[in-house]
Structures are given as structure tokens and as C-alpha cells.
Design a protein around this ligand. Structure first.
Ligand SMILES: [Zn+2]
Length: 240
């Protein structure tokens, strides 16, 4: 069951959305074993609960099974080299084998799905023995708790940091043209900037994101419209 669920988590977009939170750890160690999105934990626990009820599994067997699986999951995420690891890899998923599964390259991380035995990956042709160049997920993903929660609720990763820099440049250019339109009249710099920001955000982001980002901007613009310098400027523009 764990092999199938894990494989599905890599193949189905909605499940990978949650599972990538586990994969985005750039440093593989025992703590990675417990880095799971809360919705993925609910999903796995719910599926286990259904199996326990349907198959009528005894609590002693269930506890023993959970202890063994948890031990092996901690073991294969650990940053250690086992004695005779190559030989052990014929029977169990070792840290060396699982490291491939955390590669940033998709054709490498879609391998070695097993949790305890390497038998399932050998049987279904998903076993790979190689050393990944890099561990984690491609693209920029913040390691903050809140960002990790939201990362598990979005299909793609957040854009790289350079995206923000480009956005700022676009706003600066738009603000310049707005200032030029107003004859570079002093005192309107903030209003120019906020209007430019609203315009650029409307072009770059989706409707839902725009709604959230523009609330503050609109409040600021309304506030600015009551300032004396802006009123004077508007009067001057009208008389001209
Ligand atoms: Zn995985």
C-alpha cells in the first residue's frame, strides 16, 4: 500500500502538490522523515484507518507495523553510510538508495519508492542505484513554516527571487511614465508609485492574487487623494 500511495504521490499533480513539501528539504537527514504537509498526514492516516476497519487489523499487529515502518523511514532518510550497504540494498531501502529518491531531477526522484523492502522497486522496475548531484526540488522554495504550508497548497513552486527584482523594475518604469504625465510635479511620487504598482500587479498576477494585493494599495490611494498637495496639483491641472 505504501509503495502504491508513494508512487501515486509522484504521478498525480494534486498529491505531488502536498508531497513536494517532504521533498523540498535541501539537506537530507532523519528530520526529513517527519517533514510532511499536515494534509498529507491526514490523507495517509485516513487511508490506514479505512484499511484497519475493513480488514479488522489487530491493534498489536498495527502497533508493531507502525514501529517497523517508522524505524525504516527514519533509517533511510538518515545521513549515514551503513556497513555492507550495497548488499543490504538487495533486501531493504538503504540511505544510499533513498537519496536517489530525493534528487532534484524528476527521472531520478521518480525511483526507489519503497519504505522497507527494495523488493517492490525491483519487481516494478523503479529501482535505481546512483548518486544524485543535488537533493531537494527545483526552483525557489522558502523554508519558513508558513511558506511550506502554502507550498503544499500550490501546484508549482514560487518563482525565483529574481522575479521580485524584475517586478520592482517594471513598477519603477511605470511610475516614471506616470510622473512624466503629471509634468514631474513634486509631492506625487508616492501616488505615482502606488498607481504604477496597481497597474503592474494587475498585468502580472492572477485575478485572485490581484484582489488581495490591491486592497492596501487602494486604501493608500484613497488616503492620498485627501492630502493637500495632491488637491493643489489637481486644481492646477484643471486650470491648465
Ligand atoms: Zn517521494
Amino acid at each position: 500500500m505504501l509503495y502504491c500511495l508513494h508512487k501515486a504521490s509522484h504521478r498525480i499533480d494534486g498529491l505531488w502538490m502536498l508531497h513536494k513539501v517532504h521533498h523540498n528539504d535541501p539537506y537530507l537527514n532523519v528530520t526529513t522523515a517527519f517533514r510532511l504537509h499536515f494534509l498529507e498526514i491526514i490523507l495517509i492516516t485516513g487511508m490506514k484507518a479505512v484499511l484497519v476497519i475493513v480488514l479488522g487489523i489487530e491493534k498489536t499487529y498495527l502497533l508493531a507495523n507502525e514501529l517497523v515502518i517508522t524505524f525504516f523511514i527514519m533509517l533511510h532518510h538518515s545521513n549515514i553510510v551503513l556497513l555492507a550497504e550495497e548488499l543490504l540494498g538487495w533486501i531493504i531501502i538503504t540511505p544510499y538508495l533513498h537519496r536517489v529518491h530525493h534528487s532534484t531531477l524528476r527521472h531520478e526522484h521518480d525511483r526507489n519508492y519503497g519504505a522497507v523492502l527494495s523488493l517492490w522497486d525491483r519487481l516494478f522496475g523503479t529501482l535505481a542505484e546512483l548518486k544524485p548531484k543535488e537533493v531537494g526540488v527545483k526552483g525557489y522554495v522558502s523554508q519558513d513554516f508558513i511558506d511550506l504550508i502554502s507550498c503544499g497548497l500550490t501546484i508549482t513552486n514560487k518563482a525565483p527571487a529574481t522575479h521580485t527584482v524584475n517586478l520592482e523594475q517594471m513598477i519603477a518604469v511605470a511610475a516614471y511614465y506616470k510622473a512624466e504625465k503629471r509634468g514631474f510635479y513634486p509631492g506625487n511620487e508616492l501616488q505615482d508609485w502606488l498607481e504604477a504598482k496597481s497597474d503592474i500587479i494587475s498585468v502580472v498576477y492572477s485575478k485572485k492574487q490581484v484582489k488581495n494585493k490591491l486592497i492596501l494599495n487602494e486604501a493608500m490611494l484613497k488616503f492620498l487623494s485627501f492630502l493637500p498637495s495632491t488637491e493643489k496639483h489637481e486644481d492646477r491641472m484643471l486650470t491648465n
